[in-house]
Design a protein around this ligand. Sequence first.
Ligand code: BGC
Length: 759
Amino acid sequence: MKKTIFCIALLINAIYTNAQHIAAKNSIDKRVDALLAKMTLDEKIGQMTQVTLDVVLKTANGKAIQPEQIDADKIKNAIEKYHVGSILNVSGAAYTREHWHQIISDIQAEAGQSRLKIPVLYGIDAMHGQNYVQGSTLFPQEIGMSATFNPELAYREAQITAYETRASYIPWDFSPVLDLGRNALWPRIYETFGEDPYLAKTMGAAVIKGYQGNDVSSKYNVAGCMKHYLGYSFPLDGKDRTPAWIPDRYMREYFLPSFAEAVKAGAMSVMVNSSEINGVPVHSSKYLLTDVLRGELGFKGVIVTDWQDIKYLHDRHHIAATQKDAVLIAINAGIDMSMVPTDYTFYDLLEQLVKEGKVPVSRIDESVRRILTMKYKLGLFERPVGNPDDYPKFGSAEFTAASLKSATESITLLKNNNNILPLKKDIKVLVTGPAANTMRSLNGGWSYTWQGDFSDQYAADKNTILEAIRHKIGKDNVAYEAGASFDSLQNIEAAVSAAKKADVIVLCLGEHSYAENPGNIDDLNLPSAQTELANELAKTGKPIILVMAEGRPRIITEVESKSAATIMTYLSGNEGGNALADILFGDANPSGRLPVTYPRYPNALVNYYRKNIENGNSDDKNGYNPLYEFGYGLSYTTFAYSNLHISKPTLKDGEALTVTVDVKNTGAREGKESVLLYTREEYASITPDTKRLRAFQKIDLQPGESRTVSFKITPKDIAFVNDVSKTVTEAGEFKIMIGDLTSSFNYVSSVAPSRTGKL
Ligand code: BGC
């Protein structure tokens, strides 16, 4: 009875909330119509124009004066003359909350004096926390959040990021990155949720929901921005913003699902891929921006360009003979807002194009309607600047604890020979390697500054790996010698002689911080100085605990062969040092799993879902043989899988299978386990993948405890994109794989193979 009353109450609440949403939407539509009717062409084009903060800052000798201040004449020019609708970014460094308050207040004050008083939409790259404000809570980068295999943590991270972004008076976050991280060379791998479409779409949708909440006008929510639509992450040569070649069906199979899911989750905006696919710059692709994104996925929000990308249609891509053609092409493709961002050329050129009749006013109205709708939804007309006192939890212990939890669940134990880990606390440790004593290798790029190069100053109160270990077992037990920088040797002898006096070597290798193009590499191998340091240390015979702090899986095969234990920390944020020390010394049990394949060789960069032909056979050397496979990760306890059961042998349309498996903690301590369900279709009209992740659940088990984990599989979950770009499920035998268990079922379709399926 109680349950029934509860269900009825839930239903009434859902109907009521839905009715409220419809009423709010109608009222926003009316307000947008009324405002649009009053706007001049200039005012409309201004709304579509986004400039960077530097454009409106006071300068001396061509540089923003410190501390940065809004220049009264420049902001007047931007708002009064050009009617600018949006401003982005930060100039050089992270500001205090007070400083942000001043900057945003000055901007909105000017907007408040304009004829129609339309507030400015301020946007920022808050990628792993509000990384451009001092004292904020920095989480693991997306690659680490994905390694937790825990969407609840991603949701919480996004909630906290939204809170701290609004606490810096900014309502729009250019995040999450939904690009599939499947080319290990690409310098933005760490910004992604890794190589698997299902994992990426699950984590991405959780982040969108965490940012936007149920009511995005709330002072604690922000608009999310899916990026970088579409296919940005798969450049052939692995370098940032270089050409990708992606057939349509392949695009839909692997790269589109994370965006499709985020659209379903209500994502309010999207940023476009700066590069080109199959020779077509995405900023010029009506097919991708309008037909697929709006037509097929039903996206209703704002499409913003990436940095200067309309200009680049002329300057870099050479598909527009003039800047004016570039604007025409991009607007016709479906762009709503141009991140110009350093001048007003877009505004001038678009105005000319409308006056010449080349762009209809109706096309302008469409975009402005979307932008105004977003501003109303965000509550900017009511509250252009937030109230400083509304954010008592900014940088709080509660938020720090959430970051620590995420970092702890992300860190991935890859090797633990003879259970050398966890270490005892009464031993002598040498901490060494270039990543050992810098916050830059914990936070990566997009941390306080674009390149993350000032993390040691801004996060001076946070613990590097060395500091965290010293806190954990006492300074006297911990020696430190860097031994090498990231790419050159530095007093290697001192490191070797310190190693001889230690019981264990904690060797911290990896990468310095970088973002975008400056992170390009020609060689995936770890720089030789780091390998040499490892080799010299190994000669001491002391056990090496190898810690990899890096944004992408650099090749470590030689180094790793010398380690007794290997731990991947990714870029685990401001609490990464503490989380690692907890794991090293047994105060936490690792539960992260690799969200990317860790390659063994630089020229064997194959993703785990690989085709059967990539598995090789006895007479060739095609064999898939990574150092560690996607989904791999150890614990200090052990788990046994048994009783894999499928509810029936045959799946039909309109039905679902229930798959259950028993998981038991067979070790001596509590542990978290990510239970991953993969399927394989044995034969299909398009060569099937060897395996694909279709579902996962993370559970927590006490020693000796057992749990039955249950999954539902529908025909849609095992579909693929066929030769005519349609999503279909073909009849045949499917294998289910969980842990070391397998079982099979048949899918029998009652309809002829569909050629009209939808994503
Ligand atoms: C990046 C985007 C970012 C934008 C604004 C671009 O260079 O590709 O990810 O949102 O800059 O900072």
